[in-house]
Design a protein around this ligand. Structure first.
Ligand code: PAF
Length: 301
């Protein structure tokens, strides 16, 4: 993916190494490329995205760049993970900007298949990860996580990564994928990277672009309520209802359009917990304007 170029500068011949990023659009080409990388003994990493990249995505790309020889970033807005009435049609897209950002990060390949390439006919096969998909976002967005598991399983079979990077903002998603990998023996290591936040604490998300300035300022309360939950636990509060009540009160004061959930769960099983003894995951989802935002924080008592 690198080639040398000879340039004359001040009468001296310089050999410059220029990284060339490939854009692959077909499954067959991607699989051939991945087979070649694996056969050469190099470590191949995948960062799967739906595009409209922000610093959160780029933090995954940078980590992948550091830890592997060849970095593939997939850009695919996956229809299978959007429910009826969700924002599939209006999901933000800007391939040219994504391409430039990834070129700067020295990504080797963008895998950008079309919907027809990924789903030439409706998939009769789904990957259903029992229990872990039935709470939190799984309860509010039926079928969403099944669509995620389906496309991620396909991407693993197409891009054949040794390592795959996911963000902790989608905590449930990375847990579901980890479990799918374990249950189905995918030969890939899942790496979960920390949540990347805006300066005001709002977790980075492509959907933040839908927020008006007022909604954007109100949405800061999501991270603030998680910080408050952590503060309460650190100061000895052990009653989950008291903490969740305080978080809801803070969020409601900012007039969200909807609160989907404010929960305290076991970070391994996602089952609700009653009393805080072990590490606890505080997780929430709320809608401000058109944006359904999620966030979470893992707290050690
Ligand atoms: O987190 C996302 O952007 C998507 O759910 C993913 C993992 C790329 C699958 O479409």
């Amino acid at each position: 993916m690198c080639y040398g170029v000879l340039r004359v500068v001040d009468n001296a011949l310089l050999l410059l190494t220029i990284a060339v990023m490939e854009i692959i659009q077909t499954i067959h080409q991607m699989q051939v490329f991945a087979d070649e990388v694996r056969a050469s003994g190099k470590i191949l990493s995948l960062v799967s995205t739906m595009g409209y990249l922000h610093e959160g995505h780029l933090s995954l790309v940078r980590r992948a760049r550091e830890e592997s020889d060849v970095v593939v970033v997939s850009i695919f807005v996956n229809p299978a993970q959007f429910g009826p009435g969700e924002d599939l049609g209006s999901y933000p897209r800007d391939f040219e900007s994504d391409r430039m950002l990834l070129q700067k990060e020295r990504v080797d390949v963008i895998f950008a298949p079309s919907v027809a390439q990924m789903y030439p006919e409706p998939s009769l096969t789904y990957v259903y990860v029992h229990l872990l998909t039935e709470t939190l976002c799984g309860a509010d967005r039926p079928g969403h996580l099944d669509g995620v598991s389906l496309v991620v399983a396909k991407l693993f079979n197409i891009c054949k990564p040794h390592k795959a990077y996911f963000g902790a903002k989608d905590f449930q998603q990375q847990l579901v994928i980890r479990r799918m990998v374990r249950d189905l023996n995918f030969d890939v290591e899942i790496v979960t990277c920390p949540i990347f936040r805006e300066e005001d604490g709002l977790a980075m998300s492509s959907r933040n672009t839908y927020l008006s300035p007022r909604e954007r300022s109100c949405a800061q309360v999501l991270n603030q309520s998680l910080a408050e939950a952590e503060r309460m636990v650190k100061e000895g509060e052990r009653n989950v209802e008291t903490i969740l009540g305080k978080m809801r009160e803070m969020i409601e004061a900012k007039n969200p359009d909807r609160i989907d959930y404010v929960s305290a769960v076991d970070p391994n099983t996602l089952e609700p917990i009653q009393e805080i003894k072990c590490p606890v995951l505080f997780a929430l989802a709320a809608k401000f304007g058109k944006s359904r935002l999620i966030d979470n924080r893992l707290v050690e008592p």
